[in-house]
Each structure stands twice: as C-alpha cells, then as structure tokens.
Ligand binder design. Structure first.
Ligand code: SF4
Length: 328
C-alpha cells in the first residue's frame, strides 16, 4: 500500500473541529420539535450542510423542503441554521405555519448589521458566495442596498451610489485570509470603507481554520470530514493546502478514502467541518488505524465553550380550545 514505515505513520488530529454551537443548536431544534410535535416536522433547506445529519433527521421524521409553500398550512417548519430573508418569514406567517427559527445567532448578528447599515443609507458590499443560503438570507434584509462580492474580481468591478458611504459585511464561513484580501481590494477603491462592528466570520470558522493551518504545515495528506456543499468544510481543504499539505481531500465518510492517497504518506492531518458530527471522524480514525496509522496526536489551537440557547417558541403548542376536556 504505502511506501512509509508503519512505525513512523501518525495522525495529527485538529482541535477544535466538528460541530460548532450554531450547528449543535440547529440539530437539537429539529430533534426537539420532533419530540414535542411528532413527525413530520418540515425543515426549509438542509438544516446544516451535512449529508449524514440530514439523513439521520429524515429517519426520525424530518421532511426537508426547498420552500415554505411546500409545507402544509398550519404545520411546523424549522428554518435552517443559515438564516432566511424576511420575505420567507412573512410567507410562513401568511400560511399560518408554526415557524421555529434555527438560524445561528451569529448569522442573525450579520442580518442586524445589514439592517442598520441600510437604515443609515450605506451601500453594503456582502463578501460571500453568490447563491449560498446564508448570503441569500442576508441579502434579503436589504435587497436594494446589498451587492454580493464573490472574490477580488467583483471588488474591482462593483459600482456604488456614493463612494464615501460604503460598508462591507461577510458570510460567516469564509476563508479569513481570502476575505481580508478582498477587503484590502475594496479599501483601495473606497478609502472610507466602513467595517462591521465585530468579525462576521464566526469563531468556529476561524478556530477550525487556525487548527488546520497548524496541522497542514506538518501533514502529507489532510482529510477534512464534511460535505461538498458545506462552505466552511471546503475552506478547510483550501487552507490546509495553502498551509503546505501536499494533498488535502474532502470526504463525507471513511469509505470514500482512496488507498492511493496514502502513497508515501507518513503524517495524515484530520479535521472536520462545523457541520460534521464526530462519529464520522471516529470512523476515519478506525479506517486509518487498520492501515497502520495508530499514533494520534491532538493538535489543539483553541478552547471552545460557546453555547446558544434554544428558540423561545420551541415549546409544547397549546391545545386548541375545542379539543380541551371539561370546562364550561
Ligand atoms: Fe454559526 Fe459559525 Fe456554526 Fe455557522 S459555522 S452555524 S455561523 S457558529
């Protein structure tokens, strides 16, 4: 299989990795909703971008839909961690859906920044990936004020109403380094560019990138457990390569690993995106152990203690008056 001596094979396991507080909360919201209201519970879009999680929740009774109009009137719908535009909330209200919002509070923070900048008359340049759910949701807060900037090319071309009244915001799951490069390009064009009051790229994205940077520098191959539509997972692959890893791959499951990737590989770096549960990392560790990679060194670059409370309206629904027993 590999040309490396088994005794020298090792794994550098990044920490932090995997579930962030926003993903843990969103998954719990769906599980709790199923417990409280019974199946089916409708979920608009993938609750988090991970195939395993989506399939696990489907088995429990979650039904994933693209739009609120696919949800029967009066049913329970959960909005995903990526956030929704106000028009989606309105549509759910019009259809009398019992809407539970699993939007990550750190995405909500960006929505609020967008509303405030728009209210103050700014052109808002939203750095992010066109078409990503989070970007669509944030843009919907102030569609007349927001322009999506998908890389330095867009930064060079974008037109604004007043070059002295421009602010930037970003998607929460971008590469920190690439985003700063785009901001620098925007600052060249708009010297009075206003920054968000605090980082939009969330703590989890930043911490996972810092950890993969550390292991990427020492690894021949970095494996990132995560799904292809998970922005933060895809960024981890890019960051690992930039940090010096000879190769970096994104996998949903251990069985997707190609033995050929291990040729001449002494050190495997391993991490996972913010939406990937640790059970999938454990499977990869087992898979690698069977191939001689038994020495595991945890490389920790940060501690995380973030926790987000569940939405307030995730509670038993009151029984309609005509179904109540007794009374007068
Ligand atoms: Fe929230 Fe960041 Fe996790 Fe997205 S990656 S759900 S913004 S904590």
């Amino acid at each position: 299989m590999t040309g490396t001596d088994v005794a020298r094979r090792r794994i550098l396991l990044a920490a932090p990795r995997g579930y962030c507080a926003g993903v843990a909360r969103a998954v719990t919201v769906v599980e709790k909703a199923l417990e409280l209201y019974g199946a089916p519970v409708y979920v608009r879009h993938e609750i988090v971008h991970n195939k395993y999680v989506v399939q696990m929740l489907e088995r429990k009774g979650a039904v994933f839909v693209e739009e609120a109009d696919q949800v029967p009137e009066g049913a329970t719908v959960v909005f995903s961690a990526h956030g929704v535009a106000p028009s989606v909330r309105q549509e759910a209200a019009d259809r009398q859906l019992h809407a539970i919002d699993a939007t990550c509070p750190l995405v909500t923070k960006v929505h609020k920044e967008a509303v405030r900048f728009a209210h103050d008359g700014y052109d808002i340049l939203l750095i992010g990936h066109e078409g990503h759910e989070e970007v669509t949701g944030t843009s919907g807060e102030a569609p007349d004020h927001i322009t999506v900037i998908d890389g330095p090319g867009d930064a060079a071309r974008v037109q604004v109403h007043d070059t002295d009244k421009v602010a930037w915001l970003s998607q929460t799951t971008l590469s920190v380094d690439e985003t700063m490069a785009t901001v620098a390009a925007l600052e060249q064009r708009f010297p009075n560019l206003v920054s968000p009051p605090s980082d939009d790229i969330c703590y989890a994205t930043q911490n996972r990138q810092a950890a993969v940077k550390r292991i990427g520098a020492d690894a021949d191959l970095v494996l990132v457990v995560g799904s292809a539509n998970s922005s933060n997972s895809v960024r981890l692959v890019e960051v690992a390569r930039e940090a010096g890893a000879r190769d970096a791959r994104l996998i949903d499951h251990a069985h997707e690993i190609d033995e050929a990737w291990l040729a001449e590989v002494r050190t495997v770096g391993l991490t996972s995106g913010a939406s990937a549960p640790d059970i999938l990392v454990d499977e990869v560790l087992d898979w690698l152990a069977h191939r001689g990679y038994r020495e595991v060194e945890v490389v920790r670059t940060a501690e995380e203690h973030q926790y987000f409370a569940l939405p307030r309206n995730l509670a038993p629904r009151p029984t309609p008056p005509h179904r109540r027993q007794g009374g007068c």
